[in-house]
Design a binder for this molecule. Structure first.
Ligand SMILES: [Zn+2]
Length: 212
């Protein structure tokens, strides 16, 4: 529920929390959560009393976004990014040819994805990668390539899937960490999108939502 109090527009969510939680997100939006028992007018008053704090936090978030945009490495042009990812995938394909659909080299796509680094579609036999992956260190790129290739045999994040990744890249955990540490813009990839829990792969749109 969107509300305005003390000149602050915020989203009120009802949750079983003891107190009122007030938070300014990285994008500057404001979220308050409160127990269903707390009247909305009370939450409004709470937000009004903290309006200065909210504005300061929003200014800080805006400054951080600006700094990160300035520091972010420039994205390569799409054809260049595609050629690069194709070459990287071709290098790994021989290790996965037995499990690729039809045994063929998968189609490779590069997209401006904001929530994940890669995706795998069994239906179309396509591996797609975020264009931004090209700005990451090679070990991290290799990890995403291997991760997506492994989904052809394991369309989930089961222990068998991780064992298959580890077989090719025993140090995959360190590589995965690079995706989070590098670039300072890792928060553009929300935490929930990481491969932390097993989740069935949806072939809808060819995306495994939990891919790195
Ligand atoms: Zn995945």
């Amino acid at each position: 529920m969107e509300r305005t109090a003390g000149g602050i527009t915020y989203t009120l969510t009802r949750r079983r929390v003891r107190n009122i939680n007030l938070r300014v997100r990285a994008d500057g939006s404001v979220v308050a959560s409160a127990s269903p028992r707390v009247p909305a007018a009370y939450v409004d008053a709470f937000v009004t009393a903290r309006a200065d704090w909210v504005r300061t936090a929003q200014a800080r978030a805006a400054a951080r976004r600006e700094r990160e945009a300035a520091e972010a490495p420039a994205l390569p042009p799409k054809p260049e990014a595609l050629a690069y990812m194709q070459a990287l995938c071709r290098a790994y394909y021989p290790q996965f040819s037995a499990t690729c659909p039809g045994g063929a080299m998968p189609k490779i796509a590069v997209r401006d994805m904001n929530t994940r680094w890669g995706s795998c579609s069994l239906r179309t036999g396509t591996l797609a990668f975020a264009r931004r992956l090209c700005t990451m260190p090679l070990p991290a790129q290799e990890y995403v390539v291997v991760h997506e290739f492994c989904h052809f045999a394991h369309p989930d994040h089961s222990p068998a899937f991780w064992a298959a990744v580890a077989e090719v890249l025993p140090d995959y955990k360190q590589r995965e960490r690079m995706l989070k540490l590098r670039g300072g813009r890792a928060d553009a990839f929300p935490r929930g999108e990481r491969c932390l829990r097993p989740r069935p792969q949806t072939d809808e749109g060819g995306a495994c939502r939990d891919c790195p």
